[in-house]
Design a protein around this ligand. Structure first.
Ligand code: GLY
Length: 255
C-alpha cells in the first residue's frame, strides 16, 4: 500500500517563507481548493491520503516534503533551513516512526527535503540556501550503512533542487538546464522544460502517471511527447508560496 501524507493548508499561508519570489496577495481558500484537487489526484493514482496533524500556526506546514526524506528502509527527519519551519518536523516524525527506523539531521546543520532527489540507491542532495554541506556529510555517514550513496549537487536559480529537477521515470529526469547540469544524473536521460516555463521541472511520478501543474502547457506537451501520461493539478495560489507538486506530500510504501 502506498500512503501519501499531506497536511491542511495553514490559514497563515500568506506569511510563508519566500526566497526567489516576490510576495503577492494569496487566497488561502483558493490554495485549499487546489490542495483538495491534489489530494484527490493522489487517491485516483492509487495512494491512500492521510492527513498529518494540522499546524495552523506554521505558515509552510502544508509543504510536508521538507520535513523528511522517506527511503525504502529508513526515514530521515530533517532540520529545515528556515527557522520558522523547524517546528514542522515533530508531527512528521511521530507518524513516520511507525513505518521506518528514523535518523536525524542534527544542529547546526540544516536540510530541506525539497533538496533531496532519490534515484534508487543514489541520493542527490542539492546545496542550497536551506541545505548545508554539514547536513550532506551527516547523511553520507548515516546512510552508508543502509547502502545508500549520497551525491552532493550544485544548482542555482531556485529554492530547492527539486524546483530544478525531478525524476519522472526510472531513466528520465525533467529539468531546467539553466539551473542544474543536465548530465549530472548517472543512468538518466534528461528532458528539458520549455524555456518559457522555467518553473516547470517539478513533477511527481505516481501510479504510472506524472502529476504536473496545469499552467505549464508547453512542458506538459514535452512530457507527453516522451510517452508519459500527465495528470494536471491547479497550482496558482500554492505557487505564490514557492510550492511544487512534490512538496505537498510524503509518500510511504508500506507492506
Ligand atoms: N514557502 C516555501 C518555503 O520557502 O519553504
Amino acid at each position: 500500500m502506498l500512503i501519501a501524507y499531506t497536511r491542511e493548508v495553514s490559514p497563515r499561508l500568506a506569511d510563508c517563507e519566500l526566497t526567489h519570489l516576490e510576495r503577492q496577495p494569496l487566497d488561502v481558500a483558493g490554495a485549499r481548493a487546489e490542495h483538495a484537487v491534489y489530494e484527490s489526484v493522489l487517491e485516483r493514482l492509487g495512494a491512500r491520503v492521510r492527513r498529518l496533524p494540522s499546524t495552523p500556526q506554521l505558515p509552510d506546514g502544508v509543504f510536508v516534503e521538507d520535513a523528511a526524506v522517506v527511503l525504502d528502509d529508513v526515514a530521515v527527519i530533517t532540520r529545515p533551513g528556515a527557522p520558522s519551519r523547524q517546528p514542522e518536523t515533530a508531527s512528521v516524525e511521530a507518524v513516520l516512526a511507525a513505518h521506518r527506523p528514523v535518523i536525524h539531521v542534527r544542529a547546526p546543520a540544516t536540510l530541506d527535503g525539497g533538496d533531496v532527489l532519490v534515484a534508487g540507491r543514489r541520493i542527490y542532495i542539492g546545496l542550497s540556501t536551506r541545505t548545508t554541506r554539514g547536513a550532506i556529510q551527516q547523511l553520507i555517514d548515516q546512510l552508508a550503512p543502509y547502502g545508500h550513496e549520497v551525491v552532493p549537487l550544485a544548482f542555482t536559480g531556485c529554492l530547492h533542487l527539486k524546483s530544478a529537477v525531478t525524476r519522472v521515470a526510472d531513466d528520465l529526469v525533467l529539468l531546467n538546464p539553466a539551473w542544474v547540469a543536465a548530465d549530472a544524473f548517472t543512468g538518466h536521460r534528461a528532458l528539458a522544460v520549455d524555456p518559457a516555463e522555467p518553473h516547470a521541472a517539478n513533477a511527481l511520478a505516481l501510479g504510472g502517471a506524472v502529476i504536473h501543474p496545469l499552467q505549464h502547457a508547453r512542458t506538459r506537451a514535452r512530457l507527453q511527447s516522451a510517452g508519459l501520461t500527465v495528470v494536471t493539478v491547479p497550482q496558482v495560489e500554492l505557487a505564490k508560496a514557492e510550492a511544487g507538486v512534490t512538496c505537498c506530500s510524503l509518500l510511504v510504501e508500506t507492506s
